[in-house]
Design a protein. Sequence first.
Lengths: 122, 502
Amino acid sequence: VVRRLLILVLCTLLVGCAQTPQTDATITLNVAQSTVGETQVDVHLADAGGQPLSGAVVQLRGDMTHAGMQPVLATMDDLGNGQYRTDDWEFTMAGDWILTVQAEMPDGTRVEQMFDVRGVKE
Amino acid sequence: MIAEETQTRFDLLRVPFLGRFLRWRHARTTMQIVLLVLAALIMLDGFVGIQIAPRNLAGVLPWVQWRGLIVLALLIGGNFFCMACPFMLPRRLAKKWFPANRSWPRRLRNKWLALALLVLFFWAYEVFDLWASPLLTAWVIVAYFVAAFVIDAFFRGAAFCKYVCPIGQFNFVNSLVSPLHVSVRDTSICASCPTKDCIKGRTITPAPPTTHSAAPLGIAAIGVDQIGVGRPAQFQSGCELWLFQPQKVGNTDCTFCLDCVQACPYENVGILARSRTDELANDDRRSGVGRWSTRPDLAALAVVLVFAAFTNAFGMVGPFYVVQDQLLMTFGSWSVPVIFALMLAVLPLILVGATAWASCSLSGSPGSVVQTATTWSYGLVPLSFGMWLAHYLFHFLTGALTFVPVLQEFVGRWVGPLLGTPRWDLAAVVPQSWLLPIEILALDGGLLGSLLVLWRIARREHDAHPQARRAFAPWGVLVVLLFASGVWLLLQPMDMRGTLAG
């Protein structure tokens, strides 16, 4: 009986192993205003040596921490020198948001990073 | 001869196709397997998937679709989640592997343990933002499977369902307002039934169709033994929650497992229509439960669910975070968990205790405060259900379709783009302008139901009209205050916060 229970416990523990994806580029994000409604969001992309990365296709995605809300999606404009911007980003509800920046480099490599935006106000 | 009553009452088991499916011996197992597969996918994504709730099956399916469908099922039918509960499949394995012959401890044959677990769950839900963490959600599901397996490996019957499972208790209490219940079709058949298979179980033999030898005089057995034709003999359990059909009242402790339907050799158990308020206003002795007025544990469970409904909704609106920020600044990080504990455990004691005291005093009732609270608390259940319905329907109606892109992304990650590019534009199933009216309607229904039940309790407990009115008044005031706070909550701007990605 004890052996069967131990096997079951071990099986459930083994399920809990997860991996985290790695990225080489540095992504910085700046949200102009953390309030419900439209705002401007800027992203800066740089390689491991700090050199700006231009020419990437940068997608910005916003999810609330609670499931069940439609995400906010935007393709950012490339301003050059590693700077990317969207002017009509919209926080659709007050609360905690997770912004995910996904960038596809000209050579096809992809980087992704998540940012917490806490307490977006009404 | 079948009583006239059964001919006129709606019986879900007599509905074409659906009734036939539900009467099928393996219907429950089939539904459980479907939910078990979903639970496995949820756990897989919860443990190894992206830890953003709206992009993870563990964030979406349990907290948006499942909760919404549970309250909808309770509203239009009954306790159909317990019927299809996937945690019962490993439990069945446990019953095969282990002796499962111990009696559940006498001291624990009540709802206090389940109530403590329910409070712990709601407290953890708020303090650790379970809804925003796919990983924690997956662990909760694992804990459920392990608990159901271990408990039912050692104890007879459905001890886990009856005495432990917090989800089950939520369903039991809220199904008290459901329009359907598993019930006897014709009581005269039960009166002359010598075998009581609905509680004891029976062996289904592969004998050819015959009239049951034990059929009461004058009652033709319908389809007796036909289920087992051509197959080896099998034992069909009776009710494992110890509810004896002829004395069973309503949905208390009923998991809709339909074991009694399968076990009854006279096909005398159905899923019948009923009044939504009759069970709540009734204090008859119930099989496997006793009289409600002698069960403070059951009353406490009902009361905690009332206040959990409002606390749960309060945790999702803007004013809560103003209060929380003030508490954090003034008292530090320990204050928020303490406040939730007070709202779930102490506030109900104070408010319901004060109401019961006022009711006793005004009516001159000789009963104690605890006795009065135990007798009347069930009247709060409709309003509680109204609040749960309003809250969970909000999430369901705004996000019912969000599982589609999440499933597309999940399949894309594991198998490939079989289901196409995720449709992140899919979410709501009704226009946003419909939400508030629907929520208010749910709360209105709850208020009316509670006032009606409380008045029926008042008339039951007090012969004289003036005394009944005085006893009713404080409970009426409590319900109206709760209703007003519910409307206020629904009018507040949503503010959804929680665990954030690291």
